[in-house]
Ligand binder design. Structure first.
Ligand code: NDP
Length: 323
C-alpha cells in the first residue's frame, strides 16, 4: 500500500480506501461486509468511509460491528461519517442539514453506531443553504475541541463556500476544513481539476475522492445493458441509473466503451486502470473504493502496480479516449 498525507495535514491515509455506500446495510449482508473490511485491512487500507445517510444509519452500524469484531486497533485505522442527509426516515427539519443542532446530534449518532469515541474525519455531506456557514464552522470547531472529531471537511461544496469556511476559521482561530470529498473519475473531472485548483496551495486542501469507477460504469459492466446483479440493476436505484448512464445524447456509455477498449488494448482490466488514473493526480489524497465482493476489491487494489507501470502518456490517452 502507498500512504499519502491528507492535504497539508499530518494524517497519512492509504492511497486506496474503502467506503460503504449502497453496499453495507443493504446490498450485502454482514458476512460479506466483514470479509470486505478484513481484506481491505489485510492489504493496508487504513481509512473506512461512511455517512449518517447510508442505509439510514445501518451502514455505520454494520461497519462498527464488523470493525469491533475484527478487533482492528483503534490507532491503526481511520473512520469517517458525514452529516447532512440525516439518518431518520422522513427526517424532520432538526434531523438534517448543517445547523449546530444537527451537526452535534449527527456526530453523536455516528459515534454510537460506529462504536468509537471519536470520528477521525467528519464531512459536511453537502452545502446547506438554510444554515450560515459560520454556524457550521463553529459547530465543527467545537467537536474538534471536544475530541469527538479530529479532522473536518466538506463534500461537494462549491470552491467559494470552502474558501469562505476557511476565511471564517482563520478569522476566529478555529479549526478550518482539512479535506473535501468530491466525485472524481475519467468521466467527471472538472471540479477536482479546475474548480478546486487554487485551493490546494491556498489552504492545503486534501481530497478523498468518490466513485472512481462511476458506480461501476468504467468496469465495462454496463457496456451492453444492465446486469441484474449489479448496483444499477437493484430495485429503487432508477435515479442512479439515470445519473450514471445518462441518455443517448450524454454519450456516457459510449465513453465507457471507448475506455474499456483501450484497457483491452493495453492488456489490463479496466477497473484498476480507471483507479490508477485517479491516483495519478497528486491532489488526490485517497481514492475511495466501493465493492460488493472481495474479488472486486482485490482486482481494484492492482491499481497501485498500474500506477507504477504506466506514465503520463498513457494517462493522456485515457483522457482523450473518454473526452
Ligand atoms: P465506485 O465508482 O468504484 O463503484 C463501486 C461499485 O462498482 C461496487 O460497489 C461494485 O458494484 C462495482 N465494482 C467495483 N469494482 C468492480 C470490479 N472490479 N468489477 C466489477 N464491478 C466493480 O465507487 P462508489 O460509487 O461505491 O464510491 C466509493 C465510496 O465513495 C462510497 O462507498 C462512499 O464511501 C463514497 N461516496 C461518497 C459520496 C459523497 O457524496 N461524498 C457519494 C458516493 C460515494 P456492483 O457489484 O453492485 O455492480
Amino acid at each position: 500500500m502507498q500512504y499519502r498525507r491528507l492535504g497539508s495535514s499530518g494524517l497519512q491515509l492509504s492511497a486506496l480506501s474503502f467506503g460503504a455506500w449502497v453496499t453495507f446495510g443493504s446490498q450485502v449482508g454482514r458476512g460479506a461486509a466483514r470479509e470486505l473490511v478484513a481484506a481491505a485491512w489485510d492489504h493496508g487500507i487504513n481509512f473506512f468511509d461512511n455517512a449518517e445517510g447510508y442505509a439510514d444509519g445501518e451502514a455505520e452500524r454494520v461497519m462498527g460491528d464488523v470493525i469491533a469484531d475484527l478487533r482492528l486497533p483503534r490507532d491503526g485505522y481511520c473512520v469517517s461519517s458525514k452529516v447532512f442527509f440525516g439518518s431518520a426516515k422522513d427526517a424532520r427539519p432538526t434531523q438534517r442539514g448543517l445547523s449546530r443542532k444537527h451537526v452535534h446530534d449527527a456526530c453523536h449518532g455516528a459515534l454510537s453506531r460506529l462504536r468509537v469515541e471519536h470520528l477521525d474525519l467528519f464531512f459536511c455531506h453537502r452545502p446547506d443553504p438554510d444554515t450560515p456557514i459560520e454556524e457550521t464552522v463553529w459547530a465543527m470547531d467545537t467537536l474538534v475541541r471536544q475530541g469527538k472529531v479530529l479532522y473536518w471537511g466538506t463534500s461537494e461544496w462549491p470552491a467559494a463556500s470552502i474558501r469562505e469556511a476557511v476565511r471564517i476559521a482563520r478569522q476566529h482561530h478555529l479549526h478550518a476544513p482539512t479535506m473535501e470529498q468530491p466525485q472524481y473519475n475519467l468521466l467527471h473531472r472538472e471540479r477536482v481539476e479546475l474548480e478546486y485548483a487554487p485551493l490546494y496551495a491556498e489552504s492545503g486542501l486534501g481530497t478523498t475522492i468518490w466513485s472512481p469507477l462511476a458506480s461501476g460504469l468504467l468496469t465495462g459492466k454496463y457496456n451492453d445493458g444492465i446486469p441484474a446483479d449489479s448496483r444499477l440493476g437493484q430495485e429503487g436505484y432508477g435515479w442512479l441509473q439515470r445519473m450514471v448512464l445518462g441518455d443517448a445524447q450524454s454519450g456516457q456509455v459510449e465513453r465507457a466503451r471507448r475506455f474499456t477498449a483501450l484497457a483491452r488494448e493495453l492488456g489490463v482490466d479496466p477497473a484498476p486502470l480507471a483507479i490508477a488514473w485517479c491516483l495519478s493526480n497528486p491532489h488526490v489524497s485517497t481514492v475511495l473504493l466501493g465493492a460488493s465482493r472481495v474479488e472486486q476489491l482485490l482486482q481494484n487494489l492492482k491499481a497501485l502496480s498500474l500506477l507504477e507501470r504506466f506514465d503520463e502518456m498513457v494517462w493522456r490517452r485515457l483522457e482523450a479516449a473518454t473526452a
